[in-house]
Write a protein that binds this ligand. Structure first.
Ligand code: 2AM
Ligand code: CA
Ligand code: CA
Ligand code: CA
Length: 265
């Protein structure tokens, strides 16, 4: 398998998809709801996913595709080469703000992340990594992550998880929010993961995401020595929904031990 070839194609297609999204800004969006009234999808999410599927199938007919909007394959396993695609991560931001969203695209082989791309379309910033080769923001190499303590850290999380909710005991989250230097919430898992990768935030926690939300970010963060698991500190399997906990390695270790009871909650 020529991974450099796949990497080059992926970058070219992501840039072209970005151009398509930019030119959609002066069109009227067709907005629909999915699982609940705040879970949104637009015609552009669907068109961009279909654009990627056409490109991948045209050049790599044997590869499989897992896409958020369901135009890809119905996968039961991650055997072989699988493209995990989120055409627009942060759809609510895309609709309301026309910023703070990204394209997230990853290529995995037998469940192992090989390539991760996250494209911040509005800023024309492509975060990319191919396993074993470090991670880049456009042409610039991203430095490896330094460990931080909770007291000097900015933690990205959604306010929902600090209120009473049915996924986690909010009494676990309140002390973390109190002890951290600050918290942030951006509404786009993919960008929140590249913010961890670039040290703009030190950790990102979410209670429920899907493989296309975190597959690319995991490759990028791990290339920089960061740690990506679920909130119990367990490995992700990239085929199932799970919680997510990404951070520099020192911070990951101390939050898991001191706030998340080593996963025993
Ligand atoms: P999306 O925009 O691609 O749907 C918002 O906090 C973040 O959570 C986004 O990255 C969003 O991805 C993701 N997310 C995952 N499941 C979601 C859901 N059911 N509704 C809204 N956002 C969801
Ligand atoms: Ca969505
Ligand atoms: Ca998403
Ligand atoms: Ca999406």
């Amino acid at each position: 398998m020529n991974w450099e070839d796949i990497y080059a194609h992926a970058q070219e297609w992501v840039k072209e998809a970005g151009n398509r999204i930019r030119s959609s800004f002066d069109q009227t969006l067709n907005i629909q709801t999915k699982s609940n009234p705040n879970d949104l999808v637009t015609n552009i999410d669907k068109e961009i996913e279909q654009f990627f599927i056409k490109k991948v199938r045209g050049v790599y007919p044997n590869h499989k595709i897992l896409g958020e909007e369901g135009f890809g394959d119905d996968l039961k396993s991650l055997e072989g080469i699988v493209w995990l695609i989120d055409p627009i991560d942060g759809t609510m931001n895309f609709i309301h703000q026309q910023r703070n969203f990204a394209i997230s695209l990853a290529v995995y082989e037998n469940g192992i992340g090989k390539i991760g791309l996250i494209y911040d379309v509005v800023h024309d910033e492509l975060y990319h990594a191919i396993r074993g080769n470090g991670a880049y923001l456009n042409e610039k190499s991203i430095p490896v992550l330094k460990s931080t303590t909770v007291k000097e850290s900015i933690i990205a999380l959604n306010a929902t998880w600090v209120m009473e909710n049915h996924r986690i005991d909010h009494n676990l989250m309140i002390p973390l929010v109190k002890d951290a230097r600050g918290t942030r919430s951006y509404g786009t898992a993919a960008l929140e993961m590249v913010f961890v990768a670039t040290g703009r935030v030190d950790a990102y926690l979410s209670m429920r995401l899907s493989p296309w939300d975190f597959a690319a970010g995991a490759v990028i963060i791990e290339e920089l020595g960061g740690v990506v698991t679920n909130l119990r500190g367990e490995k992700l399997d990239f085929l199932s929904q799970d919680s997510l906990f990404a951070a520099n390695s020192g911070l990951h270790h101390s939050i898991l031990k001191e706030y998340l009871k080593d996963g025993k909650w």
